[in-house]
Design a protein. Structure first.
Length: 251
C-alpha cells in the first residue's frame, strides 16, 4: 500500500501533452488500496462546476472517478487556481475535497498537506482576495455568470499571480525569503507532531530532513514545478521504521 502525492501541474487544456501524461499517470500508477493526494493547482484554472471546465477536463475527471472504483482513496486539496470543486468532482466516499489542509495517518506516520498559498502571512492583498473568492456571495456570482467570463477573469488573475511567481524566481532575495517561509512553516508543523509535511504553491523544489527546537524530526517536501513531466512522491513501506520516501518523475 502506497501513498502518492502530486501538486502544481497547472494543466492548461485537454490537448496539452502534460494533461495526457497525467491521465496515463492516474491510470497506471496507483493500484487498488493506494492513496492519492492531489495538493492543489492541478489545473491552471478550474473554478466551480462550470460546464466549460467540466468539458475541457472531462477525461481527467473520469480518470479520477475510475481511481475511486479501483478503489484508490483520493484526497483533493484545492489550490489558488482550482477551487469550489466540491460539486465538480464525483460524489463518492473514496474522494475527499478540502479547501485548506489534510492530515492523513499512514503506517504510524502523520502526513500533513497544505497547498501553501496562505503561508506568506504578510501577503494581505492575496489573503483578502482569497477571502472574497471563497465567500458565499462569490459562489452565487460564480453560479450566475457564464463559464467563459470565469475563464477571462481567471486568466487575468492567473497572469498576475504568475508575475508574482516569476518575480519570486527572478529575484534571489525573494526566492530565499519564500523558501525560508515554507521551511519554517514545515518546521512548525513538525513541532506540532507531523512527520511528513507536503507543500506546493511556491514552485520551489525542496526535500529536507528537519529537526525542531523541541527535538521533533520530520521531512518537508515540495515537488516544485515541471513543464513536461509529472513529478510525484511515493510513500511506502509497512511501518514507521522502514518508511520509504521516493521522489519520481512520470514522463
Ligand atoms: Mn498555488
Amino acid at each position: 500500500m502506497s501513498v502518492y502525492y502530486v501538486s502544481d501541474l497547472h494543466l492548461i487544456s485537454a490537448s496539452q501533452e502534460k494533461t495526457k501524461l497525467f491521465i496515463k499517470f492516474l491510470q497506471a500508477i496507483p493500484i487498488p488500496n493506494d492513496t492519492l493526494i492531489l495538493g492543489g493547482d492541478i489545473f491552471d484554472l478550474f473554478v466551480g462546476n462550470k460546464k466549460l471546465f467540466l468539458e475541457e477536463f472531462h477525461e481527467v475527471l473520469s480518470a479520477i472517478k475510475e481511481l475511486a472504483n479501483k478503489p484508490v482513496k483520493v484526497f483533493y486539496l484545492e489550490g489558488n487556481h482550482d477551487f469550489h470543486l466540491k460539486n465538480a468532482l464525483p460524489r463518492n466516499e473514496q474522494i475527499v475535497v478540502d479547501e485548506e489542509r489534510f492530515s492523513i495517518p499512514f503506517n504510524g506516520v502523520k502526513i500533513y498537506v497544505e497547498h501553501g498559498d496562505l503561508i506568506d502571512s504578510k501577503d494581505y492583498r492575496y489573503r483578502f482576495l482569497r477571502f472574497i473568492l471563497r465567500s458565499i456571495p462569490f459562489k452565487v456570482l460564480l453560479f450566475l455568470i457564464p463559464g467563459r467570463l470565469v475563464r477571462k477573469i481567471g486568466d487575468w488573475l492567473s497572469k498576475k499571480s504568475r508575475k508574482y511567481t516569476d518575480g519570486i524566481n527572478e529575484k534571489n532575495n525573494r526566492t530565499n525569503h519564500t523558501r525560508k517561509l515554507f521551511r519554517d512553516f514545515a518546521k512548525t508543523k513538525i513541532s506540532e507532531g507531523m512527520d511528513i509535511v507536503l507543500l506546493g504553491h511556491s514552485h520551489l523544489e525542496d526535500n529536507l530532513e528537519l529537526e525542531t527546537e523541541n527535538g521533533a524530526k520530520g521531512t518537508y517536501i515540495n515537488l516544485g514545478f515541471s513543464d513536461s513531466a509529472i513529478p510525484y512522491l511515493r510513500l511506502g513501506g509497512n511501518s514507521r521504521n522502514n518508511l520509504e520516501i521516493i521522489r519520481q518523475r512520470f514522463s
